[in-house]
Design a protein around this ligand. Structure first.
Ligand SMILES: [Zn+2]
Length: 276
C-alpha cells in the first residue's frame, strides 16, 4: 500500500509496515521517530521519549508501545501496541493533510547556478515529515547587469542574523517582491569565506536566506530552518547529532535529516509558518 501522508511516505520501513511488516517494541530509527512525532501531534504526549538530542528519541520502548495502544483503542483497532497494516493505515489516514505551509521564492543570479527543484524537493521531504508543506512561490533569475553579476558572484560578507545593509542586503532587495511572511532563497556562486555554504541572516521583516551554488542537497532546508527558528531559539545549531537538520556541517547523505519536537514547535510559531 502506498502511504499518502507527507509525514510517512518517505520512510521505506513505514511503507513496509503498511504492507504487513510489523514494527514493535525494540525497533529504533527515523521511522519510529516519525510515528512518535505524529502521535505527539495527535495529543499522545511522550515525556520519557522527548527532551534528548534526537527528540523524540526514535526508540520503540514501553512509553511508545503504551501510546500506540491508546491510539489503537481510540480508533477501534486491535490494541496490541504494534504497528502493522491496519494501525499504519489509520495513522496515514489521520495524518494525511498538511497542517502548516511555508512558501519559498527562489532567486538566482543566473539561470545556470542551481536547479531549484532539487533543493525544493529536499526541503519538502524534511519539513513534510512534520506536516509542514513547503510551497514553491516563484523562481526567477535576477537578470543582473554584468557589473552586478560580478559583484554578487562572490559575497564577501560574514553571516549574521540581522543584515540591514551591505552586499547581502542589496542582493535580497533585487528581483520581484513577495509577501513578508514568505521566504526568499537567494543563490550565489560562492561566499568569500569558502567554508560558508549558506546564511539565514536577512533584513528585519524580509525573511530570506542565501545559499552557495556548491551547497549540498540539505543546505537550503538548513538555512530555511534558521529563518523559521529565528535568533530567539537556542541552540542555533545541533553539534552532537549529525542527523539533525541544524547540524552545522554540510551533509551529502541521502538520509533525510530530522528535527526535534522543540525545534518544530518553535518553527510552527514563525510568521512564515502559516496554519492551513
Ligand atoms: Zn547553520
Amino acid at each position: 500500500m502506498a502511504l499518502m501522508s507527507p509525514r510517512f511516505k518517505t520512510s521505506s520501513k513505514l511503507i513496509s509496515a503498511s504492507n504487513g511488516a510489523v514494527i514493535q517494541k525494540g525497533a529504533r530509527g527515523r521511522h519510529v521517530h516519525l510515528i512518535q512525532m505524529a502521535l505527539i501531534d495527535l495529543g499522545y504526549l511522550m515525556p520519557r521519549s522527548t527532551g534528548g538530542v534526537f527528540s523524540p528519541d526514535g526508540i520503540y520502548g514501553d512509553e511508545t508501545k503504551q501510546k500506540v495502544i491508546e491510539f489503537q483503542s481510540a480508533n477501534h483497532l486491535t490494541a496490541d501496541g504494534k504497528i502493522g497494516r491496519n494501525t499504519m493505515a489509520a495513522l496515514d489516514r489521520i495524518c494525511r493533510n498538511y497542517k502548516h505551509r511555508v512558501t519559498l521564492h527562489f532567486r538566482s543570479i543566473s539561470l545556470t547556478t542551481v536547479p531549484f527543484s532539487d533543493a525544493l524537493q529536499s526541503a519538502e521531504n524534511v519539513y513534510g515529515q512534520y506536516g509542514i508543506k513547503i510551497e514553491f512561490g516563484s523562481g526567477e533569475s535576477l537578470m543582473l547587469t554584468n557589473e552586478q553579476e560580478q559583484q554578487f558572484n562572490r559575497v564577501d560578507e560574514s553571516c549574521r542574523w540581522e543584515i540591514n545593509d551591505g552586499e547581502v542586503n542589496q542582493l535580497h532587495s533585487l528581483g520581484g517582491r513577495f509577501p513578508s511572511n514568505h521566504i526568499g532563497v537567494y543563490y550565489v556562486r560562492r561566499f568569500g569565506d569558502s567554508s560558508l555554504l549558506g546564511c539565514g541572516g536577512h533584513a528585519t521583516n524580509r525573511p530570506a536566506c542565501t545559499v552557495a551554488a556548491s551547497a549540498s542537497r540539505w543546505d537550503t532546508a538548513h538555512e530555511i530552518g534558521h529563518v523559521l527558528l529565528t535568533s530567539s531559539f537556542s541552540p542555533v545549531h545541533v553539534n552532537n547529532h549529525q542527523r539533525n537538520l541544524m547540524y552545522p556541517y554540510s551533509r551529502n547523505s541521502s538520509q533525510i535529516p530530522v528535527l526535534t519536537d522543540r525545534q518544530i514547535a518553535q518553527m510552527r510559531r514563525s510568521v512564515c509558518c502559516v496554519s492551513i
